[in-house]
Design a protein around this ligand. Sequence first.
Ligand code: NPW
Ligand code: K
Length: 527
Amino acid sequence: MISAYTGTQVRAAEEPLLAAGQGDVLMRRAAHGLAGAVVNELKSRGSRLNGSRVVVLAGKGNNGGDGLFAGAFLAGRGMRTTAVLTGDAAHPAGLAAFERAGGRVQRLSEEALPGLSDEAARADVVIDAVLGTGAKGGLRGSAADLVEALAGAHRRGLVVACDLPSGVDADTGEATEPVLPADLTVTFGGAKNGLLADPGADFAGRVVVVPIGIEEHLPEPSLRRLEDADLARLLPHPARRAQKYSRGVLGVVAGSEDYPGAAVLACRGALAAGVGMVRYLGPPSVADLVRRSCPEVVCSTGTVSENRVQAWLVGSGMGPHDHEQLTRARDAIASDLPVVADAGALPALPAMLAPHVVLTPHAGELASLFHRLGHGEDREAVEAGTLAAVRQAAVRTGATVLLKGATTLVAAPWGTTFSQADGTPWLATAGSGDVLAGVIGALLAQAGPDVGRFSEVGIKGDSRWAAIAALGAALHGRAGRAASEAASGGPIAAGGIADALPETWGKVSMLSNYEAWKRNSHSQPLR
Ligand SMILES: NC(=O)C1=CN([C@@H]2O[C@H](COP(=O)(O)OP(=O)(O)OC[C@H]3O[C@@H](n4cnc5c(N)ncnc54)[C@H](OP(=O)(O)O)[C@@H]3O)[C@@H](O)[C@H]2O)[C@@H](O)CC1
Ligand SMILES: [K+]
């Protein structure tokens, strides 16, 4: 599990060490980790170190200090280093170390701007160490001009952000442009929220966390990301004597005369995600299509209360005039069973929900939801601050909210939040959300009652609904990526995501089988 923190949490964790006079040690560890990551990245690209050119953009605070110390380490490895000081001052010890190591120092000014931006554009490595967790707002003045010129320039070099790309808010992921997009962000002590939430994540590139000795002082993370080992532990596995009902039945209320395919794709997503059985409820013409496309699905005509299931999926492919389907959706939400409420169900929700109801809006649908709740955020505002928006939506509805995007965020009403970025941009295709709703519905039906499995990885009580939704997003994203990779990186259609899901699931669970085998490998073999 990747844990992320706010800047304030990280600074509080640094406090006891700063009070003990360990500030220099922390900074040198951070700088050493940053320089090491630059060296590793250059080596992995087959670039030589000796003689290659590094430009450190150094702000006046400790972030600039990290950059200057890292520049000193790199100069010691034979690299030609230039520090561009963007403020009226520089970290004194960092600057002294940089100069001792033979680095060249330039001060940024309006006159020097064209020459320095040209030099940075031609450098093999640019280290962005202007602003870190102590920043207020984005880049200003000549530093903003320099970064704007660099961001637009034709560069071939590596851009490495020190702690976080300057201009990205560590706590929220909001970005005040211009921001220099990094290939790699080396972050200290723990990942920052802003690196795992859009739009900050757009600028972060690959994120490497360097431990600096504050880790034992860090509190509960503010944001988490499920990784391979977590997925392997959390995916449900059928018991030896399982039967289809004990494995979980998902009721699907989706599709309409206008969008019958959404019902098919939701059912395909659910079937591919291990559910014991899918029951479909909807208009006869849609039910016909579902039967023909997925003969495994049992189509029912009754009401919600007449169909025994462990979880419901409602809303995919439904419109505001599908009254019968909307009534079923409302009944499902009132049933006290776990529900994933997608697309057409979102405008029909009661004002107050519970955390076992998982809403799956994209940014536009979330903006509409806010409007209905009397909170005027438009789509652009949601996209500019996804983390704040998803948390706000969870607080205001009482539901678990999953905000779909390049980075998918899931928030519980009390703030527990997951961030998953497992997919590919090819996932932005019609029907992809219907498959996702199917996958989450299937997982709710199977894993909902299994409180113990989640608490083993530190996810307590009702926070598991958010974890289940995050698990669904991770599987869906990985299946989409696998489908695209099978097409040599080419495009995918939504059905292809469902087709790739069982193998994706299998590969993830092999990890947990391997862990179990390792635990038991001391036992005597059978003779
Ligand atoms: N604590 C530690 O020991 C460790 C900290 N570490 C590192 O320190 C970083 C945090 O350092 P920090 O607190 O010095 O803040 P930082 O982000 O460098 O910038 C703030 C400076 O810039 C200024 N400023 C603010 N906004 C501005 C703007 N928009 N445009 C221009 N200037 C602006 C502001 O000055 P002011 O305006 O307040 O006079 C202030 O001087 C952290 O990210 C990590 O890299 C690691 O080494 C581990 C050990
Ligand atoms: K930075």
